[in-house]
Design a binder for this molecule. Structure first.
Ligand code: PLP
Ligand code: COI
Length: 355
């Protein structure tokens, strides 16, 4: 149990008037959660304070060697007005998997969930209600030692900030175009690809700019060794429906073990679909598309939910998936996942936590 000291703001901000214009990650609520770590003392001073800038030494280690991690989850306001969290314990567990890889001290999963619940409760009125909106929750940890040597920091800050958000892609549920990157790579096995840490995203930017310049909205990464096997998208895991089967890359250490990915696999299996977690080569995809067996492609992620893919570009090949509208399975998954999150579909797997 955390002993969380709460200091409320004396100057609450005006909440966004038009929820249809929220976009993603641009508006922040009135409060944030903060907790410190000091070697020898452990995690201490859990508190909720007004959202404000923080002060750090320019030598703080996070600025130099990127020792940091982050998570992403959402609070949803159901049709019944109740705020809900979707599988926050999974984010707590993944936090510790990331922390272990980056030599950041672990924290109890119960404390992670308690901190998320507490800060969401304080800013509960900021959870938007319009269709497709939610309160995006961003927990993160930074290394704060004032030191320029390369070593694990001895002090850290764990913070949680909140952002009322709409769709991650401005296109909403309209299928996106994806660029299969054949030059840059994101991660290799043994590296930090499975961890949710800023370095992976910094490494992705050059390819993202290239994809945007080419008229595509996201990058699909290939494996870092042979540049042959499909890995994941910039902010999503990827699924294919090939000849009736649901196929997704296996967790090999270089991709993020997505919580939406895990939920989609569970749902598909519960509907009696064949799900294969395995290696998928880009050649297999091209073949499947040419023979008409590539039925659907969609990405999965907290921010993006289920995001249908309409085109995949690889070198000189442009694959068009389906008829350019959302596929049947993608739509069914979107309805099931968002229905569970909003409380309109029964939570048969016990994924929902009340705030
Ligand atoms: N892959 C990457 C690189 C991501 O950033 C995300 C988003 O969090 C995902 C996959 C999907 O993970 P999750 O479903 O847990 O949000
Ligand atoms: C999420 O889906 O929570 C993410 O973290 C995506 C993010 C990189 C914007």
């Amino acid at each position: 149990m955390l002993d969380i000291k709460i200091t409320k703001t004396a100057n609450p901000k005006a909440k966004p008037q038009d929820e249809s214009k929220l976009g993603f990650g641009k508006v922040f609520t009135d409060h944030m959660f903060v907790m410190n770590y000091t070697e020898g003392q452990g995690w201490h001073d859990a508190r909720i304070v007004p959202y404000e800038n923080i002060s750090l030494s320019p030598a703080a280690m996070v600025f130099h060697y990127g020792q940091e991690m982050f998570e992403g989850l959402k609070a949803y306001r159901g049709k019944d007005g109740e705020p809900r969290l979707f599988r926050p314990d999974m984010n707590g567990k993944r936090t510790n998997d990331t922390n272990k890889r980056l030599c950041i001290p672990e924290l109890p999963v119960e404390d992670f969930v308690e901190a998320v619940k507490a800060v969401v409760k304080v800013d509960e009125d900021w959870i938007p209600t319009a269709e497709g909106t939610s309160l995006y929750i961003r927990p993160f940890i930074i290394a704060t030692d004032e030191f320029l040597g390369v070593a694990p920091s001895k002090t850290y800050m764990f913070m949680i900030i909140l952002s009322p958000s709409g769709a991650y892609y401005s296109s909403g549920l309209a299928p996106v175009g994806i660029w299969i990157e054949d030059d840059y790579v994101r991660a290799v096995r043994g590296g930090i690809g499975f961890a949710k840490t800023g370095g992976n995203y910094a490494a992705s930017l050059a390819a993202q700019v290239k994809a945007h310049d080419g008229g595509y909205s996201q990058v699909l990464w290939l494996d870092g060794v042979e540049r042959k096997y499909i890995e994941e998208v910039g902010a999503m895991n990827i699924f294919f429906k090939i000849d009736g089967k649901v196929v997704t890359p296996a967790l090999s250490g270089s991709i993020l073990p997505g919580i939406t990915r895990n939920s989609v696999i569970t749902l598909c299996k519960s509907w009696g679909l064949d799900v294969e977690e395995r290696k998928i080569s880009v050649d297999e995809l091209l073949e499947a598309q040419k023979s008409g067996k590539l039925e659907e492609v969609f990405g999965t992620g907290t921010a993006a939910v289920i995001s249908p893919v309409g085109t995949l570009r690889y070198k000189d090949d442009v694959m068009t998936i389906g008829d350019g509208s959302i596929g049947e399975l993608s739509q069914k998954l979107y309805d099931a996942v968002t229905g569970i999150q909003n409380g309109t579909v029964a939570d048969e797997f016990g994924w929902i936590t009340q705030v």
